[in-house]
Design a protein around this ligand. Sequence first.
Ligand code: PLP
Length: 475
Amino acid sequence: MRYISTRGNAAPQAFCDILLGGLAPDGGLYLPESYPQVTASELSAWRKLSYADLAFEILSKFIDDIPAADLKAIVAKTYTAEVYCHTRNGGNAAEITPLTKLEDGLYTQELSNGPTLAFKDMAMQLLGNLFEYVLDKRGESINILGATSGDTGSAAEYAMRGKHNVKVFMLSPDGKMSAFQRAQMYSLQDPNIFNIAVRGMFDDAQDIVKAVSNDAEFKAKYKIGAVNSINWARVAAQIVYYFQGYFLATQSNDEKVAFCVPSGNFGNICAGHIAHMMGLPIAKLVLATNENDVLDEFFKTGVYRPRTSAETSVTSSPSMDISKASNFERFVFDLVGRDPAVVRELWAKVDKGQAFDLSTTDYWKNLPKFAFVSGRSTHADRLATIRMANDKYKVMLDTHTADGLKVALENRQAGTTMIVLETAQPAKFEETIREALNCEPVRPADLVGIEALAQRVVVMDPDTAAIKQFLVERV
Ligand SMILES: *Cc1c(COP(=O)(O)O)cnc(C)c1O
């Protein structure tokens, strides 16, 4: 299996060669040269597998440069009931991503049972183990530098803690995260994890990461890497739970199901798209956005108009507050018949801050075969949906999953099961839960009181030179 760039000007690569990197050298994103197909007999056999065994079968189709026994061991130590222990609603931890039945034909799928209570743990935990394996094999090391406003940074830290040859330097805006988020990150005592609280906003932290990454010499000398959402291995890992959800919701492979996905950077639903292209019987992929509706607008009109940060609202489903969906280029590559010249032309516009319009092209006529539909929600919709789910289904939803359920209900089709992906637990969004339900969200027992643990964090000015120096002294 070789990986090609959506912009067509990069040499094809093997899985391990793209694992540690980000963009392809031509600025595009890597995708498999073709999607492996799942046969009817494989689909039947897979129905009986544990999550880890299913992950091994699926990932084996994308990874041919790690010996099977090693990949099997990596996957087996990643997808355990101990790592994904935070089940709720009577979910079976052994299933890793169990379903909760809301009513006949309507489920949520728990993707947020990992250490940080958000779906990013599904892929990030695997990434940590893959990084360690490949770096050990190659005798290399990596220093991950990132900026976070909460979710991604903590998922990366919990994935990389204690891993050989990996250090994590995570910048966060000082005093801008919730006490729970701060405790989650800053209470980690692992010597390879460095939390740097920057006096400023998230954008100041992000600018420092960009400045360091643009210094090619520094980046190479100090082996600076990232674990952002365009990483191919993260997308690949996410394909697995679409299969698992399908098997848990159906009796036979003649049935089709729809998935509704709370979306931001298009990473999660991109995995659903690939599962569909592999042959998983998916009736619809329902994309849900919040007020930041750049993707909903595209699927309704054919116009992709990335927003500026000034046009991006801060909402109560903050992990979906995106202005430009970093994985979207992967889907558009497929939509335009995998023609890299077309992608280059479209992203020349995007990179200049312009919009593109596919509605007047023949490519737009291909959209139905990809089975996407979309919708959006507002803060008021989320509050109403959280209240409705609590009253009617006796289930407490987080704000992102509430976006999903709201849009899922608008797009249900009689006779087709709908699975709403639960991307976070309500414990992470106490303020909105209080507003909606006038009570505190349930928090998993092992996370009660983490705010009182000792914290390991340094506070620094948003000064790129000083932060570079901090790294140099510790790598
Ligand atoms: C990251 C995230 C999303 C958005 O996922 P994408 O892959 O960026 O589309 C949705 N909900 C939660 C809770 C998240 O952390």
